[in-house]
Design a protein around this ligand. Structure first.
Ligand SMILES: *Cc1c(COP(=O)(O)O)cnc(C)c1O
Length: 448
């Protein structure tokens, strides 16, 4: 196994721990290989992202083009010899290692780790906390994140501050020496608010140099955003979404630049046994190779649909629209607007009818799939947040979230138009066009 000096992005910066972070043997006697391994040839030039996504080097004995699935819980040892690179899949598996190295490369991280789901990734991160520690996070969080943090606040003595993380001044006011972790999501979902990672990371480290800034990058993926480059200490994301792209697996990804921190995260993964299974590692590896072609097409479609809805008078939230109040901030950090948008209709009832009338847009929680999805967050993904809390956090009950897929955008717009008309969300005009009713009283259930 090659050492860290071989990794593609040059030698670790001086703030990183020394290279021998992995030369020690862990509790169970494992001497695991470092991640990432080089896959960009050291010819002085780093490949572009699209190339890095698909290019891998393996050391398979038969030179298999697709990394084999090592569907084995154990690996045999030779009598009298120390255990080889792998002995037990909870601790390490060649298929998982291959994926982790590939991810470290595309996430520009010193180390990446993969676990059974996005929530498992957050669980691993929050185990760095101790009773009395304070966590500062947003007020428009992914429902599952909210639920896990509430559990920790109720049962583990963690103090959680939910604040409007889109306002750096508000965040600064709650930061202090007790702040152990700042947990950010951008854009938030479903309100699509943008968080200034750079400023908050700086302010957090000023308030407490040991505090960790963790960023949930599920909405944008490594194609569009590198939170580590903006000052985050940990980036995690749900591999279930864009990285896999097909809604056929659950996975979570963690990435760090500090090897000491990577060791701590790995300790929990090995201790609790949440590492990603070999078959899912293989599936995720396959999904990642098409990330760029999928997400770019999804983004083109999302832009068209956002413009369509806005031009017909709906209140649309999407960072690809100039009307987004934080358009400039978003584009100062990210390389694209992503493919999730939300819009309001003025009535919860109308929204429910739109969602029910759509055909191509299937009703589903989650996002990131090649298929287009429609949902009402207050009824579905965010239902675990109490109605009272949703209200406090100004989450409109009529908000519809669209997660745009790779279908033909004319078909998507046709289907959406039909659903809008059917639901009575729009006023038909004599010229054949239509306009959102928004501020009018909801029409009768039979619509127009
Ligand atoms: C889906 C999601 C998660 C959780 O990931 P799972 O793989 O479903 O556990 C976390 N954060 C965000 C923003 C998500 O969309």
């Amino acid at each position: 196994m090659s050492g860290f000096s071989d990794e593609p992005n040059g030698a670790p910066t001086s703030s990183q721990p020394p290279l021998k972070a992995f030369s020690k043997i862990d509790l169970d006697g494992h001497d695991l290989p470092p991640s990432p391994a080089p896959s960009t040839p050291r010819n002085g030039r780093k490949y572009a992202f699209a190339t890095e996504l698909v290019y891998t080097e393996g050391n398979d004995q038969y030179n298999a083009s697709s990394t084999p699935i090592y569907q084995s819980a154990t690996f045999k040892q030779k009598p009298g010899e120390p255990a080889g690179e792998y002995d037990y899949t909870r601790s390490g598996n060649p298929t998982r290692t291959h994926l982790e190295r590939h991810l470290a490369k595309i996430m520009s991280a010193e180390r990446a780790l993969v676990v059974g789901s996005g929530m498992a990734a957050l669980d691993v991160i929050t185990r760095l906390l101790r009773p009395g520690d304070e966590v500062v996070t947003g007020d428009d969080l992914y429902g599952g994140t909210n639920r896990l943090l509430k559990y920790l606040a109720d049962n583990a003595g963690i103090v959680v501050h939910h604040v409007d993380t889109t306002n750096t001044e508000t965040v600064k006011r709650v930061l202090g020496p007790k702040t152990a972790m700042v947990l950010l999501e951008t854009p938030t979902n479903p309100m699509i608010k943008i968080v200034d990672i750079r400023t908050i990371a700086t302010e957090t480290h000023e308030a407490n140099p040991n505090a960790l800034v963790a960023v949930d990058n599920t909405m944008l993926s490594p194609l569009l955003l590198n939170p580590l480059d903006l000052g985050a200490d940990i980036v995690y994301e749900s591999g279930t979404k864009y990285l896999s792209g097909h809604h056929d697996l659950m996975a979570g990804v963690l990435a760090v630049n500090s090897l000491a921190l990577g060791d701590k995260l790995y300790f929990t993964i090995n201790a609790s046994g949440c590492g990603l299974a070999p078959f899912d590692s293989w599936l995720l590896m396959r999904g990642i190779k098409t990330l760029k072609v999928r997400l770019e097409q999804q983004q083109i479609n999302a832009q068209r649909i956002a413009e369509f809805l806005e031009s017909h008078g709906f209140k649309v939230r999407y960072p690809g629209l100039r009307s987004h109040p934080q358009y400039d901030l978003h584009h100062s950090m990210a390389r694209g607007a992503g493919a999730v948008l939300s819009f309001e209709t003025g009535s919860q009832e109308i929204s429910e009818r739109i969602v029910a009338a759509a055909r191509l847009w299937t009703i589903s929680v989650s996002f990131g799939c090649v298929n287009s999805l429609i949902s009402m967050p207050c009824r579905m993904s965010h239902a675990s947040i109490e109605a009272k809390t949703r209200k406090e956090r100004a989450l409109p009950e009529d908000i519809i979230r669209l997660c745009v897929g790779i279908e033909d955008s004319d078909d998507l717009i046709d289907d959406l138009s039909r659903a809008l008309v059917h639901a009575g969300a729009v006023q038909l005009r004599t010229d054949g066009g239509f306009h959102a009713r928004l501020n009018e009283a909801p029409p009768s259930p039979n619509g127009i």
